[in-house]
Design a protein around this ligand. Structure first.
Ligand SMILES: C[S@@+](CC[C@H](N)C(=O)[O-])C[C@H]1O[C@@H](n2cnc3c(N)ncnc32)[C@H](O)[C@@H]1O
Length: 243
């Protein structure tokens, strides 16, 4: 891999990062989330050679680059303009984002010499006609921010030909209940979260959307550096046995 120019590295140092990404042997971006200690919890296949993978809601691309490193051909999907996110009306931004979401991704891609293709598509509008189908679909902390989690899961099922890996926040108190349920959180000011499902409901929704062999792989607490608290996450694996 060619050494990145000083100009690229200077830009990377000035960028605001969501993900901590090791861009060179001695430079890691200072992200809002450092996912490196949690990679094993997600359970990606060790090697992904010959597989086509989709990273939904890629932001700076941590998972897209990780899957590429394991040998996959990767497409990374996100929106650029934060107005496209599912904001509740009272908090929806009136102006376009000052920093389009893909800026860090493109910089990291160039420095890493990556071939990941980033597409600017809302998951609600993503179709196999446009993107093709994927052996592995990865979706990390995206559904939790959507008003219509089931519609997004239906779109994801149509894009997936084999495996799905999902990691999402879950509601701890209601996870103790013996039935699937979500807590209403749309008025929570700190984040965009409409429905916070318990673990049973996440599994149920995956099945409803068309996935089979739905299994919880693990639970862990993800450290949010800027807000200084842990966010409870569960990882689910599922298969798409029927087309
Ligand atoms: C909390 S971040 C998670 C980033 C990354 N997947 C991870 O696991 O660290 C949520 C990402 O989902 C994207 N996103 C939110 N709503 C989306 C939508 N409707 N369609 C596509 N991407 C969306 C956001 O732009 C953001 O990049």
């Amino acid at each position: 891999m060619a050494r990145p120019t000083q100009e690229l590295l200077d830009r990377a140092r000035q960028e605001d990062w969501y993900h901590s990404i090791q861009l060179t042997p001695d430079f890691v971006t200072s992200g809002w989330f450092d996912l490196r200690p949690y990679v094993d919890a997600y359970g990606l296949p060790e090697r992904m050679d010959g597989l086509r993978a989709l990273d939904i809601g890629t932001w700076d691309g941590f998972w897209a680059f990780e899957m590429e490193r394991r040998g996959a051909e990767v497409v990374a999907l996100d929106v650029d303009d934060e107005r496209e996110l599912d904001w509740p009306p009272r908090r929806r931004p009136a102006q376009p984002s000052t920093k389009p979401r893909g800026r860090g991704f493109e910089l990291a891609k160039e420095i890493l010499g990556s071939s990941v293709e980033r597409v600017t598509v809302n998951i609600y509008d993503a179709t196999p006609e446009q993107l093709g189908r994927f052996d592995v679909v990865f979706c990390g902390s995206v559904l939790i921010h959507l008003r219509d989690q089931l519609l997004a899961l239906e779109r994801i099922a149509a894009l997936c030909s084999d495996r799905l890996i999902v990691a999402e926040e879950y509601d701890r108190p209601t996870t103790l209940l013996p039935f699937p349920v979500a807590r209403y959180c749309a008025d929570r000011e700190s984040d965009i979260v409409f429905w916070l499902p318990n673990v049973r409901l996440w599994k149920r929704m995956l099945w409803t959307a068309g996935f089979d062999d739905v299994a919880e792989r693990t639970r862990f607490k993800l450290w949010d550096r800027t807000r200084a608290f842990y966010v409870r996450h569960a990882v689910f694996h599922a298969r798409k046995n029927r087309t």
